[in-house]
Design a protein around this ligand. Structure first.
Ligand code: LMR
Length: 395
């Protein structure tokens, strides 16, 4: 039977990460997979995570199953974080959540719930969007549609085109939104634009499916939750997926939350739990246990928030330096947009030949789309990286 199968091509994101790991050149620069890195190209365990983990493990006296929806402390802490205390209290009977294995797990279960309610449903995605959105949502049965989002020449959101596209989505259509730090472009809506977009969402009775993987990496945690909070206040139904991979640095622990907002949220939650039960039964505990421990403790929460903002500020400094060096070293493309993009990613907007040359000649690894993970750019590698990019653009 298995001899019928063929080896599939590598994942477009993780595959480049793997190539980078296999690269022997000591000068190599890894800008592919979205992980935060320090100046020494290390992805550390956050201090608040270390403390919460050892506290949690010292108190843990059983590995018995947790409730099917997930660890109650995790769900309570995460819901308070994303909705804020007041909004959560006002909507307590309209919000129901499940702990899920990372953002991917949340997107997948969320898509399966959508597919149970509306088989083969259309879902509108930004152009471009995170490469894994397509296989994740499509394999759950949904039908991919797209909306205009990005002005690739200027490196910013083309908001007029986006609004226009949302006007064309049929009533009750489902639109996937990136809460902040748009992956792959780093180009985000302003607060004012979010309010304007939601005017259209409300008018057209659209259902937002919000992917929140980088909360705290753009503005404050509260600012970055803006679309989630507007959705809770203004639309009858929404779905939110929150990932703890990046802002808690819990990548390998696969930790996230899937929240349903609406009068029938509890039914949606039960379908979500049943979908999970049909494949992986229930979410693993470890990462959620750590997050629940942090969010239940004021001192640990403050320490964690400081660490999130430290990562955010450092990425912004790297952005500013990268943009300045690129603009000093060539005049073919104005890279100022990199400084105003937010989060881990930006699209350089260079062509595939340039990307391949950078990889093969200079050992600089980025996605074929020319998406870079700015957090992979240590200061010590900045000169070399900007020199090489300028070189391929000009020779
Ligand atoms: C990325 O976009 O690089 C990250 O979200 C990692 C992943 O799973 O693709």
């Amino acid at each position: 039977m298995l001899d019928k199968l063929e080896i599939l091509p590598p994942d477009p994101i993780l595959g480049i990460g793997q190539l980078f790991n296999e690269e022997k050149d000591p000068n190599k620069v890894g800008l592919s997979v979205g992980v935060y890195q320090t100046e020494t190209s290390h992805t550390p365990v956050l201090a608040a995570v270390k403390k919460a983990e050892s506290d949690m493990l010292s108190k843990q006296d059983s590995k018995v199953y947790i409730p099917q929806a997930g660890d109650p402390a995790f769900l309570a802490g995460m819901n308070k974080l994303i909705f804020g205390e007041e909004l959560l209290a006002a909507n307590s009977d309209r919000i129901a959540s499940i702990m899920v294995p990372g953002g991917c797990g949340g997107l997948r279960v969320g898509a399966e719930v959508i597919n149970a309610a509306r088989p083969g449903a259309d879902i509108w995605l930004s152009t471009p969007t995170w490469g894994n959105h397509f296989p994740l949502l499509q394999s759950a049965g949904l039908t991919m549609q797209s909306y205009a989002y990005y002005d690739s020449l200027k490196g910013v959101v083309d908001f007029e085109a986006m609004l226009d596209a949302f006007q064309q989505i049929p009533e009750q259509g489902i639109a996937l939104l990136h809460a902040c730090c748009h992956n792959p472009t780093g180009a985000d809506l302003t607060a004012d634009q979010w309010h304007q977009l939601f005017d259209v969402i409300v008018e057209r009775k659209l259902i937002p499916f919000i992917d929140a993987a980088y909360l705290g990496f753009s503005g404050s945690l509260e600012d970055d939750c803006l679309p989630i909070r507007i959705a809770a206040q203004r639309v009858p139904e929404a779905i939110v997926v929150t990932s703890c991979s990046k802002n808690f640095g819990l990548y390998r622990e696969r930790t996230g939350m899937l929240s349903f907002i609406g009068d029938n949220a509890v039914a949606a939650q039960s379908v979500g739990m049943s979908k999970a039960r049909q494949s992986y039964s229930m979410s693993p505990f470890h990462g959620g246990g750590i997050v629940g421990t942090i969010l239940a403790n004021e001192t640990l929460t403050t320490e964690w928030v400081d660490e999130v903002y430290f990562m955010r500020d450092r990425m912004n400094e790297l952005r500013a330096e990268f943009a300045q060096q690129m603009n000093n070293k060539q005049s073919i493309r104005d890279f100022s947009f990199i400084a105003s993009n937010r989060g881990m990613f930006s699209n350089l907007g260079i062509n595939k030949e340039h990307v391949i040359r950078l990889r093969e000649e200079f050992k600089i690894y980025m996605l074929e789309s020319s998406r870079i993970n700015i957090a992979g750019l240590a200061r010590s590698k900045m000169d070399y990286t900007t020199d090489c990019i300028a070189r391929v653009l000009t020779t």
